[in-house]
Design a protein. Structure first.
Length: 255
């Protein structure tokens, strides 16, 4: 049964209100996750300060300073675990498709990527090229092959990413599986083959596939749906076959 204009308007207002309340809930959830992450760090710092109560002030400050460093890593590891645990606890999932911006799927997508944003913002930038970074990505559902080196915190929608063996992703690369389309949220998987290199500050949009052994030049932009064949060399904005361009240029100069 088709809704009247008034019913449609009322439904839209209810969805908009639900959307705003959901954002407030996610802010509260982020505060809870961070608070739980800080707890062992703060407890450790306070304990060290008490343990060194009988020492000279300079020695207490020295121990406390080192404790801040170790405590930060403790906070980071706990927070990574909490982000993955919270994702599972609340059932935050993403799947390919086209969804309304106020749909349940879009709200779940917001919650899912919030956990990634927290992890990136507070700790993962310190763990670039670290097995702990790869471990977190796998906890969040990403398929990451052996020997992959990911030197960026710009990955989102991790459960829709497939990264092959011995892949090198340069600093500042943005690799996302979502796009906004006229009030809708588009989610589509991206696949990167084995032995691929992606240059500094490149942007890869949803539904892209990069074949085995291919290279993407620095500062390239791969629009949605780009397909790079195996051993291809692509670059530019939008990305294109650089070898084909060189052959065409050489053929034109030969005429």
């Amino acid at each position: 049964m088709e809704l009247s204009k008034e019913q449609k308007k009322k439904k839209e207002e209810q969805e908009a209100l639900h959307f705003e309340l959901w954002k407030i809930f996610l802010h509260i959830l982020a505060a809870v996750v961070l608070g739980l992450g800080f707890f062992p760090m703060v407890y450790f710092l306070v304990s060290v300060w008490h343990w060194t109560a009988g020492s000279d002030l300079w020695l207490r400050v020295l121990f406390f300073s080192f404790s801040i460093g170790f405590g930060y890593f403790l906070f980071g590891f706990i927070t990574l675990f909490l982000c993955a645990f919270t994702k599972n606890l609340f059932g935050f999932k993403i799947a390919p498709g086209l969804y309304g911006i106020h749909s349940q799927e879009a709200l779940g997508w917001m919650g899912y990527n919030l956990m990634i944003l927290i992890a990136n913002g507070v700790f993962l930038d310190v763990l670039r090229l670290s097995p702990f970074q790869t471990l977190f990505y796998r906890w969040m559902g990403a398929k990451v092959g052996k020997g992959a080196n990911i030197n960026t915190g710009g990955l989102a929608d991790l459960s829709m990413l497939e990264i092959g063996d011995n892949v090198l992703i340069g600093g500042g690369v943005a690799l996302i599986c979502h796009a906004s389309e006229r009030g809708f949220l588009r989610l589509a998987s991206t696949k990167i083959g084995n032995n691929v290199s992606i240059g500094l500050a490149s942007v890869i949009m949803p539904d892209c596939e990069i074949g085995d052994g291919a290279s993407v030049a620095p500062c390239s932009f791969l629009p949605k749906g780009t397909r790079i064949p195996p051993r291809g060399l692509w670059g530019g904005n939008p990305a294109r076959d650089l070898r084909a361009e060189r052959r065409a240029l050489a053929a034109g100069e030969a005429l």
